[in-house]
Write a protein that binds this ligand. Structure first.
Ligand SMILES: *[C@@H]1O[C@H](CO)[C@@H](O)[C@H](O)[C@H]1NC(C)=O
Length: 128
Protein backbone atom coordinates (compact mmCIF):
# COMPACT_ATOMS: atom_id res chain seq x y z
CA UNK A 1 0.00 0.00 0.00
CA UNK A 2 2.74 2.42 0.99
CA UNK A 3 4.66 1.54 -2.16
CA UNK A 4 1.57 2.28 -4.24
CA UNK A 5 1.21 5.71 -2.65
CA UNK A 6 4.88 6.48 -3.36
CA UNK A 7 4.47 5.48 -7.01
CA UNK A 8 1.45 7.69 -7.43
CA UNK A 9 3.27 10.64 -5.82
CA UNK A 10 6.35 10.01 -7.95
CA UNK A 11 4.27 9.82 -11.13
CA UNK A 12 2.51 13.08 -10.43
CA UNK A 13 5.81 14.80 -9.64
CA UNK A 14 7.38 13.49 -12.86
CA UNK A 15 4.29 14.41 -14.84
CA UNK A 16 4.41 17.95 -13.59
CA UNK A 17 8.17 18.24 -14.16
CA UNK A 18 7.95 17.06 -17.75
CA UNK A 19 5.16 19.52 -18.45
CA UNK A 20 7.38 22.34 -17.25
CA UNK A 21 10.32 21.06 -19.29
CA UNK A 22 8.14 20.86 -22.40
CA UNK A 23 6.79 24.36 -21.91
CA UNK A 24 8.18 27.64 -23.10
CA UNK A 25 8.10 31.18 -21.77
CA UNK A 26 7.14 33.48 -24.65
CA UNK A 27 7.58 37.26 -24.93
CA UNK A 28 5.02 39.24 -23.01
CA UNK A 29 2.29 40.79 -25.13
CA UNK A 30 1.81 43.47 -22.47
CA UNK A 31 3.15 44.49 -19.04
CA UNK A 32 -0.30 45.25 -17.65
CA UNK A 33 -3.67 43.54 -17.55
CA UNK A 34 -7.12 44.27 -16.24
CA UNK A 35 -8.83 41.64 -14.10
CA UNK A 36 -12.09 41.37 -12.19
CA UNK A 37 -10.22 40.46 -8.98
CA UNK A 38 -6.66 40.45 -7.69
CA UNK A 39 -6.14 36.75 -8.45
CA UNK A 40 -7.57 37.05 -11.96
CA UNK A 41 -9.81 34.04 -11.34
CA UNK A 42 -13.27 35.56 -11.77
CA UNK A 43 -14.77 35.35 -15.24
CA UNK A 44 -15.16 38.87 -16.61
CA UNK A 45 -17.55 38.28 -19.46
CA UNK A 46 -18.95 36.01 -22.13
CA UNK A 47 -18.25 37.12 -25.69
CA UNK A 48 -19.17 35.88 -29.15
CA UNK A 49 -16.69 35.64 -32.03
CA UNK A 50 -17.71 37.67 -35.09
CA UNK A 51 -14.80 36.27 -37.14
CA UNK A 52 -12.44 33.27 -37.23
CA UNK A 53 -9.04 33.71 -35.60
CA UNK A 54 -6.03 31.50 -36.31
CA UNK A 55 -3.54 31.46 -33.44
CA UNK A 56 -0.16 32.73 -34.74
CA UNK A 57 1.71 31.00 -31.87
CA UNK A 58 1.08 29.05 -28.65
CA UNK A 59 0.10 32.10 -26.61
CA UNK A 60 -3.12 32.39 -28.60
CA UNK A 61 -6.23 30.22 -29.06
CA UNK A 62 -7.97 29.31 -32.32
CA UNK A 63 -11.46 30.69 -32.64
CA UNK A 64 -14.25 30.04 -35.11
CA UNK A 65 -16.89 32.61 -35.97
CA UNK A 66 -19.97 32.13 -33.77
CA UNK A 67 -18.12 30.50 -30.86
CA UNK A 68 -18.70 31.76 -27.33
CA UNK A 69 -15.63 32.56 -25.23
CA UNK A 70 -15.21 33.20 -21.50
CA UNK A 71 -12.89 36.15 -20.79
CA UNK A 72 -10.57 36.04 -17.73
CA UNK A 73 -8.30 39.05 -18.25
CA UNK A 74 -7.78 41.93 -20.64
CA UNK A 75 -4.27 42.94 -21.60
CA UNK A 76 -3.69 46.67 -21.66
CA UNK A 77 -2.76 47.95 -25.04
CA UNK A 78 0.88 48.63 -25.86
CA UNK A 79 1.69 51.39 -28.34
CA UNK A 80 1.30 50.13 -31.88
CA UNK A 81 -0.15 46.76 -30.97
CA UNK A 82 -3.66 45.38 -30.87
CA UNK A 83 -5.61 44.73 -27.73
CA UNK A 84 -5.71 41.11 -26.57
CA UNK A 85 -7.95 39.38 -24.10
CA UNK A 86 -7.35 35.99 -22.40
CA UNK A 87 -10.09 33.42 -22.41
CA UNK A 88 -11.24 29.94 -23.30
CA UNK A 89 -13.77 28.75 -25.85
CA UNK A 90 -17.01 27.67 -24.14
CA UNK A 91 -17.09 24.20 -25.72
CA UNK A 92 -13.39 23.41 -25.26
CA UNK A 93 -13.38 20.39 -22.89
CA UNK A 94 -9.70 20.97 -22.10
CA UNK A 95 -10.42 24.55 -21.14
CA UNK A 96 -7.38 25.81 -23.02
CA UNK A 97 -6.77 29.43 -22.09
CA UNK A 98 -5.11 31.77 -24.55
CA UNK A 99 -5.19 35.21 -26.10
CA UNK A 100 -7.28 36.56 -28.96
CA UNK A 101 -7.83 40.04 -30.42
CA UNK A 102 -10.67 41.85 -28.70
CA UNK A 103 -11.81 43.47 -31.97
CA UNK A 104 -13.14 40.17 -33.37
CA UNK A 105 -15.57 39.57 -30.51
CA UNK A 106 -18.78 41.10 -29.27
CA UNK A 107 -19.32 41.22 -25.49
CA UNK A 108 -22.64 39.49 -24.72
CA UNK A 109 -22.73 39.43 -20.96
CA UNK A 110 -20.51 41.10 -18.36
CA UNK A 111 -20.30 39.14 -15.08
CA UNK A 112 -17.81 41.31 -13.22
CA UNK A 113 -16.21 44.55 -14.38
CA UNK A 114 -12.45 44.27 -15.11
CA UNK A 115 -11.27 47.22 -13.04
CA UNK A 116 -8.23 45.81 -11.21
CA UNK A 117 -5.01 46.87 -12.90
CA UNK A 118 -2.39 44.15 -12.46
CA UNK A 119 1.13 43.45 -13.68
CA UNK A 120 1.36 40.52 -16.06
CA UNK A 121 3.77 37.73 -15.05
CA UNK A 122 5.94 35.33 -17.07
CA UNK A 123 3.37 32.58 -16.34
CA UNK A 124 0.75 34.58 -18.29
CA UNK A 125 2.81 33.91 -21.43
CA UNK A 126 3.94 30.37 -20.67
CA UNK A 127 2.76 27.72 -23.05
CA UNK A 128 3.23 24.06 -23.83
C1 LIG B 1 3.77 46.36 -10.83
O1 LIG B 1 5.16 46.46 -11.07
C2 LIG B 1 5.71 47.71 -10.67
C3 LIG B 1 7.15 47.77 -11.15
O2 LIG B 1 7.81 46.56 -10.95
C4 LIG B 1 5.56 47.85 -9.15
O3 LIG B 1 6.10 49.07 -8.73
C5 LIG B 1 4.07 47.79 -8.80
O4 LIG B 1 3.89 47.84 -7.41
C6 LIG B 1 3.44 46.52 -9.36
N1 LIG B 1 2.00 46.62 -9.19
C7 LIG B 1 1.26 45.63 -8.69
C8 LIG B 1 -0.22 45.86 -8.64
O5 LIG B 1 1.73 44.57 -8.29
Amino acid sequence: MVRLVYSVVLLSVLGFASQVVNGIFMDKLSEKKLCADEECVYTISLVKAEEDFNAPDCRFINIKKGEMIYVYSKLMKKMGSGEYWAGSVYNDQLGTVGYFPSNIVDEQQVFKEANKEMNTTDIDFFCE
